[in-house]
Ligand binder design. Sequence first.
Ligand code: SF4
Length: 338
Amino acid sequence: MSLFALAPDEAERRVVELGGKPFHARVARREVFERGVLDYAEMTGLPASLRAKLAADLPILTAEVAARSTAPDGTTKLLLRFPDGAAVETVHIPSRHTGRGATLCVSSQVGCAVGCPFCASGRLGVQRNLAAHEIVEQFLLGRSVGPLSRSVVMGIGEPLLNYEAVRAALGVVHDELGLGARKVTVSTVGFPERLRAIAPTRPPFQLAISLHSPDQEQRDVLVPAMAGTPIEDVLAAGDDWFAQTGREITYEVVLLGGENDSPGHAARLAERLRGRRAGVNLIPYNPVAGDAYRRPSPDAVERFRAALAVAGVVATVRWSRGLEADAACGQLRLRERT
Ligand code: SF4
């Protein structure tokens, strides 16, 4: 049982059972979050006898780093394995612009039920939800690679299908790791009724909705779990989110070469977003070995961005980093299983 799987008062009780004082639980937590200490043996503020018992009984980390790869640009992918064998990926992406800090991309589920045909994680289906402490552990291990300045919940899984754990973990990240609401983005395929239930709670994160196509028929194929949900309903839920939280939505499009990267797609996307306060992220697809989709050409990406700009929609292009290091979503995990 991880230290972070327990509520603070439960952790204090457990520490007392192990022979410590209640405040020792708070000391341990502070050491972890404020000083980045991940080994009780280094916590000199705790009695030596207690440190060994805590390590055996209330580990800080339940995940082990099963694989680690670093691309020439510094992007580091960690494959984390939990005691039941479940594995997820966490990616540490150093900031290119400031040279300081990094964005951490974390997973919310083991596998994913949404089933996007261009995504390796979708091919495996969903195995289970991650517990809140398993999401927090990704932050702790990611920070051990290097300092964090931002985070995106955009790894394996659909965060709104495991929202309670995501909410609890991001609460810890906000309060104890100091990553504020503007520094954390949750990326979802945008279930309208779930967004409407969450918005009034004004959660401490920015929202990104993966649209992938302005055309209903194509979106139904690219985001199978949303087939039958009209794009207009998703956008209307995004409008409600903005009205309730005051935070603009970012709409994301993974650009697939020859599929959804034409100027016509851009024009129709701009039409969908007309009059809405929203930005767009364009993510040129990162090919996975053996799949049917290809990377769009740089020219096609630029034409798409320019067509949006002409229509008054500001778009940012995010070429995925670390292509050389198995950077496609879910790819490390697939390789481990084969
Ligand atoms: S792209 Fe995201 S939502 Fe789609 S299957 Fe992959 S992890 Fe799930």
